[in-house]
Design a protein around this ligand. Structure first.
Ligand code: ME8
Length: 568
């Protein structure tokens, strides 16, 4: 029996019409960092990601490639897994919508909605965007036409047929008998739910957007397609497959056991569902905050606790996407800036929840300033001084010496940590504010670098050597001399300063671990801590003074090599 609190979080499941790109990597890295944070804080974390493999867009892509859809998705799926592995993403489960466990669950879901009277047959007549896999109503098209006209831009092709309001590609006209879901019946229940659960949709701007969309009226949703067969067959409607979005959303429950008769799966479902968090991009907010909760209400299932929609990564002011050809390859960037450098840049420099411009130039700047010059440099300076002055062994100071030095010289680093550093960091993580969480850790790194400058260990080392020399000249043992004087020696002061710097490094490594796991594990090794505890299960150990004495430290190569314009 697991008594730990469950934390189930998900990313969108991505379309397999092309390889992973910076946008899909962004959501997945963010979810991974949060999952690592939750694991470290002791939550029973379950992190799901996966692939959306059905639908007309995938069928068309496969056809263009001269492959069957199954062969195509089987070819692309490993590319996603390899990319996530390369970016150090540790998911607990990876679902593909072509798996039997998912298909079975989607069918059960349809049957449930049908049995409860929420599904009926009707003729759908209207426009559909294959690229967005979305239906557009006449009102939506009119609104788009008006907005475009105001900018002096066309909203139709030359022959007068409309363009997609989202991606501006030509729309297809669909006229077929479909199954419909009574989405309109959930208008008021959804509004009531948003009101009763103010944190359900984050950030607030998205919540307001969703509320005004629902208030403007919901229409029933066409949930099946009969003109092609690359989808989940609907058991009670031969010839119909599920609308790809409905199929895709259900992944969040089929992955944790919904639809299975196996008692172990049923137990998992009871434990994991509802999810704590669906982490998505703002482009798919209506699917997650309107259609999905309405589907769950109709099936009498609990609703997820929170949907957080992050913004778009923009390059030169435009949404970065494969079709616009302005997508940077995440794996190439990770090779240049290191995996941790990659993860750090996107999570620190783009305010999570807002759109953010990204560029190689800015990435280089952030990498050099924060990682090579601040964090990396702190580690190499401190470890070099340990080797030079303290025989690469963490010092063993008497408690009373530490007390006295703290009184006399102050300890700004301990004061910073004890002044609520970790709680500010944790609060930032809990509201998905990665930039703020990382800025808190950088405060400690910057303070430690400043402390080195101000306390000048090299001067203390000189003074300590002179003091020892003097004591020897008097024929005294320096330790006894200290006892006699009841005053800390210069050597104590040096050890005190370096201990404080190393202790700050230990805490910074712990707090950086969710975003930069590789580097934190390396710092852990260099501090000689890996034999004692793992960097992953030490979150509670941000208590000042946790670095034991007598550990062997190692210098190693620079954690982050400084890069120049020529390297990018
Ligand atoms: O929509 N900036 O899949 P998809 C930030 N299969 N994030 C971006 C981005 C950008 N420029 N471009 C993409 C689908 N993303 C459906 C989802 S879920 C039940 C089904 C990210 O492959 C962002 O998370 O088009 C966005 O929501 C997602 O990729 C869309 O991925």
């Amino acid at each position: 029996m697991n008594n730990k609190e469950s934390f189930y979080l998900t990313t969108p499941i991505y379309y397999v019409n092309a390889a992973p790109h910076l946008g899909t990597a962004y959501s997945t890295v963010a979810a991974d960092a949060l999952a690592r944070f939750m694991r470290i804080t002791g939550k029973d974390t379950w992190f799901l990601t996966g692939l959306d493999e059905h639908g007309q867009k995938i069928a068309q892509t496969a056809e263009a490639e001269g492959k069957t859809p199954q062969a195509w998705v089987d070819e692309v799926a490993p590319q996603f897994k390899a990319a996530w592995e390369a970016l150090d993403i540790h998911y607990d489960d990876f679902i593909r919508t072509t798996e039997p466990r998912h298909i079975r669950g989607v069918q059960k879901f349809f049957e449930t909605l049908h049995d409860k009277g929420f599904i009926y047959k009707d003729v759908y007549e209207g426009y559909y965007c294959v690229s967005e896999e979305t239906f557009f109503s006449d009102e939506q098209l009119a609104e788009f036409a008006e907005a475009r006209a105001a900018e002096g831009l066309p909203s139709t092709q030359d022959d007068g047929s409309p363009l997609c309001p989202d991606c501006h590609r030509p729309l297809s006209f669909v006229q077929e008998e479909n199954l419909f879901f009574k989405l309109s019946a959930f208008e008021q229940p959804l509004l009531d739910y948003y009101e009763a659960n103010p944190d359900f949709i984050q950030p607030a701007i998205r919540r307001n957007e969703v509320i005004s969309f629902v208030k403007s009226g919901l229409r029933d949703l066409s949930v099946s397609r009969a003109s092609f067969d690359w989808g989940v067959p609907i058991p009670f409607a031969p010839g119909h497959v599920s609308y790809v979005w409905v199929d895709a959303l259900i992944n969040y429950i089929t992955a944790v056991g919904y639809g299975s008769n196996d008692p172990a799966d049923q137990e998992m479902f009871a434990r994991r569902w509802p999810a704590q968090l669906h982490l998505i991009g703002k482009d798919i907010i209506r699917f997650h905050c309107v259609i999905w909760p309405a589907m769950l209400m109709a099936a009498d299932l609990a609703l997820p606790h929170k949907v957080f929609a992050h913004g778009f990564l923009l390059t030169k002011g435009e949404k970065m996407s494969k079709s616009k050809g302005n997508a940077m390859d995440p794996l190439a960037l990770a090779r240049t800036f290191s995996v941790d450098g990659y993860r750090y840049y996107f999570l620190s420099d783009v305010q999570f929840g807002s759109d953010g411009s990204v560029s190689l130039e800015r990435m280089l700047q952030v990498y050099n300033a924060d990682l090579a010059n601040s964090w990396g440099n702190l580690c190499s300076r401190a470890l070099n001084m340990m080797a030079k002055y303290l025989d690469a062994t963490t010092p063993n100071l008497w408690e009373k010496t530490v007390k006295r030095l703290t009184q006399e010289r102050g300890n700004p680093l301990a004061a910073l940590v004890e002044g609520g550093l970790q709680s500010r960091y944790a609060a930032a993580f809990a509201r998905e504010d990665y930039s703020a969480a990382l800025a808190v850790v950088m405060e400690l790194v910057d303070a430690a670098n400043l402390y080195i400058e101000q306390s000048a260990p090299w001067k203390l080392a000189k003074a300590a050597a002179a003091e020892a020399e003097e004591a020897r000249g008097r024929g005294e043992d320096p330790v006894e001399a200290e006892e006699k004087a009841k005053a800390p020696t210069q050597a104590d002061h040096l050890a005190f300063v370096l201990y404080n710097v190393l202790e700050s490094m230990r805490i910074a490594a712990l707090l950086f671990a969710p975003v930069m796991p590789e580097t934190s594990a390396e710092v852990w090794r260099r501090l000689g801590l890996d034999a004692l505890f793992s960097v992953d299960d030490q979150a509670a150990a941000c208590v000042w003074g946790g670095l034991p004495a007598g550990l062997a430290t190692t210098v190693g190569t620079p954690l982050f090599m400084r890069l120049s314009e020529d390297d990018i």
